[in-house]
Ligand binder design. Structure first.
Ligand code: NAD
Ligand code: TYD
Length: 352
């Protein structure tokens, strides 16, 4: 196995930490450099089990700092990039779109520039892999599935910023020949998911007997994929994907929010030895999210046929693993939900 020096941005976040763990363990000959600003969503506790491995390094910094990026590229002689660093929560993007434009668009452009500067037109064995989202396609509310040919139609400030970053990545491929790859995945769930997102938020609130805020009627549909399956797909695309291409990633696992929340209530009642129906009573329908995309649904057949990747974890098994992880990691949960986050949460749901 050849040795490579791979920069993973956002490696202290939810998906990034699973990608870092997979690469560090699976490729002992690679050097993995995790670059992360450690925003509210980044947490080095997510990487405790691998932080002492000799092929793992951490660089604390901001993708908005181009000098810092240039230094990291030359110091570590980076030859591959897996770019996950981003502001990732739709609700926050409605309140602070500028931060999303800065991190997601300008930050991505900075990374492209740093790679271009470092690689100086020598693209042999180089890869710049940008992790995007199915949300750039808009809402699949008239049926069908998003394919890689579906027109880009972002609806939220978050998805608009991700779509824009995708365009910059494609522009660097077309204009300068930078060897880029893009993937667009559906909603992830699993351990280390920050509890502002639907599944961990509901688990945390059930544990604490707090209301379960379902936006609107709860009829919006998401296509859920276990995070370790996403990390394996990223591994497949990084190693087997064709440069210049886009790959959709999804688990073919659509759920209406209200059905998913009811299922979680059922699982949690059993796990917490509470009478069936106890958690369900906490469900509270709150004011809908503005511009709330009705449905996301991914066609991942290109990825499956080109790389042989398939999701391994059924939703039943994945949800159970996830719930068990949160119940076994209440210190992690309490740490990330106290302080600034608690203020944000109370603000967010006040009067909704
Ligand atoms: P996350 O919010 O959990 O983590 C983001 C990470 O990026 C954090 O560690 C944070 O500290 C870091 N970061 C933020 N701004 C930074 C900056 N300016 N400089 C350096 N680091 C910075 O996000 P996630 O859910 O793990 O998502 C990772 C990527 O995957 C994102 O690009 C997101 O758009 C994409 N994605 C997420 C999902 C999902 O369901 N969560 C689905 C598809 C695609
Ligand atoms: P989220 O986890 O924020 O992911 P995304 O908006 O990127 O799909 O939300 C998933 C779905 O759950 C989405 O339809 C919004 C809904 N939702 C709620 O009903 N209540 C909540 O408290 C949250 C966070 C989300």
């Amino acid at each position: 196995m050849s040795s490579r020096k791979i920069l993973i941005t956002g490696g202290a976040g939810f998906i990034g930490s699973h990608v870092v763990r997979l690469f560090v363990n699976k490729y002992p000959n690679y050097t993995i450099i995790n670059l992360d600003k450690l925003t509210y969503a980044g947490n080095l506790e997510n990487l405790k089990d691998i932080e002492k491995k000799p092929n793992y390094h951490f660089e604390h910094g901001d993708i908005l700092d181009i000098e810092f990026l240039n230094t990291v590229f030359s110091k570590h002689q980076i030859d591959g990039v897996v770019h996950l660093a981003a502001e990732s929560h739709v609700d926050r993007s409605l309140h602070n779109p500028t931060e999303f434009a800065n991190t997601n668009i300008i930050g991505t452009l900075n990374l492209l520039r740093a790679a271009q500067t470092a690689w100086k037109g020598n693209f042999e064995n180089k890869r710049f892999y940008h992790i995007s989202t199915d949300e750039v396609y808009g809402s699949a509310e008239h049926g069908g599935f998003f394919t890689e040919e579906t027109p880009i139609d972002p609806r939220s400030p978050y998805s608009a910023s991700k779509a824009s970053s995708d365009h910059f990545v494609s522009a660097y491929y077309n204009s300068f020949g930078l060897p880029t790859l893009i993937s667009r995945c559906s909603n992830n769930y699993g351990p280390f998911h920050f509890p502002e997102k639907l599944i961990p938020l509901m688990i945390n609130n059930i544990i604490n007997n707090k209301p379960l805020p379902v936006y609107g009627k709860g009829e919006n549909i998401r296509d859920w994929l276990f995070v370790e399956d996403h990390a394996r797909a990223i591994d497949s695309i990084f190693h087997k994907g064709k440069v210049g291409e886009v790959y959709n990633i999804g688990g073919n696992n659509e759920w209406k929010n209200i059905d998913l929340v009811n299922l979680l209530c059922h699982i949690m009642d059993k796990k917490l030895n509470r009478a069936e129906g106890t958690s369900q009573k906490l469900i509270t329908h709150v004011t809908d999210r503005p511009g709330h995309d009705l449905r996301y649904a991914i066609d991942a057949s290109k990825l499956i046929s080109e790389t042989g990747w398939r999701p391994d974890v059924t939703f039943e098994v994945g949800l159970e693993k996830t719930v068990d992880w949160y119940l076994a990691n209440t210190t992690w949960l309490n740490n990330v939900t106290s302080g600034e986050y608690l203020k944000y949460y109370n603000n967010m749901y006040q009067g909704r």
